[in-house]
Design a protein around this ligand. Structure first.
Ligand code: ADP
Ligand code: ADP
Ligand code: MG
Length: 472
């Protein structure tokens, strides 16, 4: 069994992994850059080691991180999400240096981290994929030729893309010509590789993804699906499990497809198979994420499975703790990404000092946060600073609970996405559970909320008390 684990990450996910370790009796080791000296994961882990002054590079230095792990007497490394999580080299270095990497094999990370190789693997496994170019396109001429065969609109996509970046819809050859060079250069900058490919653009699809777990004995189970259709610029804003817009038959179909894909590539550990679900109710394999996902919390809330603990057990060589029949789901869960962004100003990140933080509670409310009162945001990292996850037995109850908890949550000092989430909850489409990836774009008015200040809250309460006193 693993006795001591290094968490090669920061923010809420590092805290999440430290919590899993604490419950399993595993010592946790945090690493941090100078900018993260006061970060929560540093305070929560059993031990913490400094990675030096480079705020981002520090977390990307696999050699240094594995040296810290060995020096601290760790036997395992958990990469979280982002940073090195989908970098096959970290997995390789861990193996070479005698450390357990909490994730799939370097071979599978490499294969599934490359979207065209992943498409090929999905096709080989008999999964439906979005019609697209046969592998990468080498230049604009090849892209134009491929787009002619596929038919417009097309999506120009970075082969090693992630986090919603490096994706561009092109409605015509003119647009493809206009965007091509820029996408390639952005892709090179963001992902260090220039490869791009084309897919048919599925108009107004739903994003449905399936959480899977696999062990080294070839067992694979699914933990049902998540609906991540509420996105802004291809980035998820909130996630739901199970999807309120699938029938039981559709659910069984997509979960089966995911298990089939995972089995075909010999997948070990936790992973997510992402699909697009079109207006004709067909599923298409889109990509596979070979890591823990931001939105794993909603799956945990409906199944009761602690995915991070399962990851650690699997990495230690244990068979899965669950057979498929052991995995039951109950109710609905929603996860709201609380980002330090100003929804009124094009979601511009606004880093600053958290002058007050109040974490909501009560039945069915879970927070995964990396902030505290007095916390100063380093400007170098992701603006997501907390996740609010709601669970309730029915969709309607989950909506009511979500509103209550979002109103209850207090983050002062920086603007956040909390008021925007409250606006989403008010829309008719969301309330009846009918929405697709165009939702945010089709609702520009959601940014026009008026912020209720705590003082007006107080004034309203006083007015109500006076009215009650006077029997009005
Ligand atoms: P999820 O797929 O878990 O919902 P996101 O797409 O929001 O996660 O990505 C989680 C984090 O990982 C973000 O900080 C994102 O920028 C980063 N990320 C995801 N994929 C990549 C990638 N291929 N390269 C670099 N960063 C990535
Ligand atoms: P990332 O690696 O950044 O997560 P994905 O390939 O998962 O990139 O795509 C992110 C999002 O972009 C999807 O959830 C979907 O909304 C949109 N998207 C990607 N490919 C297509 C497509 N072929 N047609 C329509 N939408 C797409
Ligand atoms: Mg994706």
């Amino acid at each position: 069994m693993i006795k001591k684990l290094l968490v090669a990450n920061r923010g809420e996910i590092a805290v999440r992994i430290v919590r899993a370790c604490a419950e399993m009796g595993i010592e946790s080791v945090a690493v941090y850059t100078d900018a993260d000296r006061h970060a929560l994961h540093v305070k929560k882990a059993s031990e913490a080691y400094n990675l030096g002054p480079d705020p981002v590079g520090g977390y990307l230095n696999a050699h240094r991180i594995t040296s810290v792990a060995l020096g601290a007497g760790c036997d395992a490394v958990h990469p979280g999400y982002g940073f090195l999580s989908e970098n096959p080299e970290l997995a390789e270095i861990c193996i070479r240096r005698g450390l357990i990497f909490v994730g799939p094999s370097p071979h599978v990370i490499r294969q599934m981290g490359d979207k065209t190789l992943a498409r090929a693997a999905a096709i080989a496994a008999g999964l439906p994929v979005v019609p697209g170019s046969d592998g990468n396109v080498a230049n604009l001429d090849e892209a134009i030729a491929a787009a002619k065969t596929i038919g417009y609109p097309v999506m120009l996509k970075a082969t090693s893309g992630g986090g919603g970046r490096g994706i561009r819809r092109c409605d015509s050859e003119g647009e493809l010509r206009r965007h091509y060079d820029r996408v390639v250069s952005e892709t090179t900058k963001a992902f260090g590789a220039a490869e791009v490919f084309l897919e048919k653009c599925i108009v107004n699809p739903r994003h449905i993804e399936v959480q899977i777990l696999g062990d080294r004995f070839g067992n694979v189970v699914h933990l049902f699906e998540r609906d991540c259709s509420i996105q802004r610029r291809h980035q998820k804003l909130l996630e739901i499990a199970p999807s309120p817009q699938l029938t039981e038959e559709e659910r069984a179909e997509v979960c089966d497809l995911a298990v089939r894909a995972a089995k075909a590539v010999g997948y070990e550990n936790a992973g997510t198979v992402e699909f697009l679900f079109d207006q004709q109710k067909r599923f298409y394999f889109m990509e596979m994420n070979t890591r823990l996902q931001v939105e794993h919390t909603v799956t945990e809330q409906i199944t009761g499975v602690d995915i991070v603990q399962e990851q650690i057990l699997i990495a230690a060589g244990n068979p899965l703790s669950y057979a498929q029949d052991d995995i039951q789901r109950r109710g609905y869960a929603l996860q709201f990404r609380i980002n330090a962004e100003d929804p009124k100003n094009d979601f511009l990140p606004n880093f600053g000092r958290i002058t007050r933080y109040y974490s909501p509670g009560g039945p069915g409310v879970r927070t995964d946060a990396a902030i505290y009162t007095g916390y100063e945001f380093p400007p170098y990292y992701d603006s997501m600073c907390a996740k609010l996850t709601i669970w309730a037995l029915t969709w309607d109850k989950a909506l009511a609970r979500a509103r209550r908890a979002l109103l209850d949550m207090g983050v002062s000092g920086v603007k956040t996405t909390i008021p925007y989430h409250l606006e989403i909850l008010r829309t008719a489409e969301f309330r009846i559970g009918r929405f697709n990836t165009a939702f945010v774009e089709e609702h520009p008015e959601l940014s026009n909320y008026s912020v209720r200040r705590p003082t007006s809250h107080l004034a309203a309460a006083i007015a109500a008390a006076i009215a009650a006193h006077h029997g009005l």
